[in-house]
Design a protein around this ligand. Structure first.
Ligand code: GAP
Length: 453
């Protein structure tokens, strides 16, 4: 059973060291969070699962890691400087500022219920910077609000380094920054967050086919790799398309408050490569593409067979990694009644995603014979390079099992007095709580089998 409220997840994240409030000891900062020991592992495992599917298991997608601070002009021609804004309204009575399109009732203040509300004004979401010794305080750079644009401007660099025929893609995982009016939902809407985005460049006449292919492939990844049941996921096509989009669909996960976007798949046509291309009137491109006077390149593609030169279309898959982690944790969060009348909380994560892969637990604290054997097992498991391994030397086995259930450790290995006699240990499985005795020599193989499912 998934958690009932996001507060259950917030409490678990804080208690067990997944996520902390950013700048906490100074009163926090809205929309900024710090990831603790288990949060960084879970995020890393989700990132790796995405990279495996999008880059390593294909021969047509390259990787990129672009800078997070970028030239102002990039965001002018991407359309963000002029158009990346939310409608901001202010309550004249209590002063609350709200995003109009997210208000419960756009005619009434969410905070005090007053109907005396200002007209909406466009509120720029990008975080502007004034950088360099010569900067005079005026914005000359921006923190990127998405990875996508920083991928488009590298289209030619990547293609020159790794020539590809169309279709091919460029994948990027990295931070994005948005000055959200009202960050909310814990890590659901933040001001600093992480995206895993892939831009797939296709011939214009094949865009619909690849849009469908990626839409289905991404949904399959959420189900097969993250382990989210299909019943808790759905597609929601955008009702209102952005001016450059031909088609757009969100993948939504069913959070406690209802379905909400975790990933978008977009057919962006030639808008982006076209807008960043100088002398674009040489190409037959969409009317929406912006006139570019400042770029230094043509982000076009020459077909090696036909010699044709054109601007490819882009099919984009855009996932929020923090939202993926929140969905994964929510889905895995399970409260179970036990046969003895007690209950336990267990995070039933896919073993590949689990922050700690295995815990080795001597039954008693600081007993050198037990600790030596446990340390040897710990070292053997570390050599498998499957991720984080922990050794617990507190002597409180019940507490150790409870902690590892709550952080989702798939298997615990307990070393006890019988181990000294027959070189066997107890393997305790997270989901079933089944315990079986196996030989110490067989532990690495058994753990590998569990992690590989
Ligand atoms: N390049 C396209 C793009 O950025 P988006 O729908 O604005 O599209 C993609 O963002 C994904 O990034 C969303 O589906 C969501 O998962 C995540 N995301 C967007 N804004 C976010 C925020 N303020 N906090 C956390 N995640 C966010």
């Amino acid at each position: 059973m998934p958690a009932k409220t996001i507060n259950d997840i917030v409490a678990l994240c804080k208690r067990r060291g997944f996520i902390f409030t950013g700048s906490e000891i100074y009163g926090g900062l809205g929309g900024a969070y710090d990831y603790g020991p288990y949060g960084v592992e879970l995020m890393r495992n989700i990132r790796n699962a995405w990279w495996n599917a999008m880059v390593y298991s294909r021969n047509d997608v390259e990787g990129l890691d672009a800078a997070q601070i970028s030239n102002r002009l990039m965001w002018k021609y991407s359309g963000h400087e002029g158009g990346f804004s939310d409608p901001l309204v202010e309550c004249k009575k209590c002063g609350a500022r709200m995003r109009q399109d997210k208000m419960a009732d756009p005619t009434k203040c969410d905070n005090c219920g007053s109907t005396d509300i200002t007209e909406p004004r466009a509120y720029q979401l990008m975080m502007g910077l004034s950088i360099g010794a010569m900067a005079d305080g005026a914005i000359n750079a921006y923190l990127r609000p998405e990875t996508a644009t920083t991928t488009y401007v590298n289209f030619k660099n990547v293609l020159d380094a790794r020539p590809h025929k169309l279709p091919f893609g460029i994948a990027q995982i990295g931070k994005a920054f948005r000055n959200e009016i009202s960050p909310r939902g814990f890590v659901f809407r933040m001001r600093e967050f992480e995206q895993a985005e892939m831009q797939y460049f296709v011939r214009p006449d094949t865009d619909e086919q690849y849009f469908e292919m990626w839409r289905d492939a991404r949904m399959a990844w959420w189900i097969d790799v993250l382990g989210i049941p299909a019943a808790h996921l759905r597609f929601t096509p955008h009702e209102k398309l952005a001016h450059y989009a031909k088609a757009a669909v969100d993948i939504e996960y069913e959070f406690p408050d209802g379905f909400a976007e975790v990933e978008g798949i977009h057919n962006r046509q030639d808008f982006d490569l076209g807008s960043h291309t100088k002398a674009q009137n040489e190409f037959k491109i969409s009317a929406n593409v912006m006139d570019n006077k400042d770029s230094t390149v043509k982000l076009s593609y020459s077909d090696p067979q036909t010699g044709e030169n054109f601007i490819p279309y882009v099919i984009e898959t855009a996932m929020g990694v923090n939202r993926a982690m929140l969905a994964v944790m929510h889905n895995a969060y399970t409260e179970e009644e036990l046969p003895d009348g007690k209950s336990r909380l267990v995070l039933k994560l896919r073993p590949k995603l689990a922050p700690v892969k295995a815990a080795v637990i001597p039954l008693a604290r600081n007993v050198p014979e037990l600790l030596d054997i446990a340390t040897n097992i710990e070292n053997d498991l570390r050599r498998l390079a499957i991720g984080r391994i922990e050794l617990e030397n507190s002597g409180n086995i019940g507490k150790n099992y409870r902690r590892h259930d709550e952080i989702g450790t798939p298997v615990c290995i307990t070393v006890d007095h019988q181990t000294l006699e027959d070189a066997t240990v107890t393997l305790r499985l997270r989901d079933t709580m089944e315990q079986r005795r196996i030989k110490i020599d067989d532990v690495p193989r058994a753990v590998l089998d569990i992690i590989n499912g």
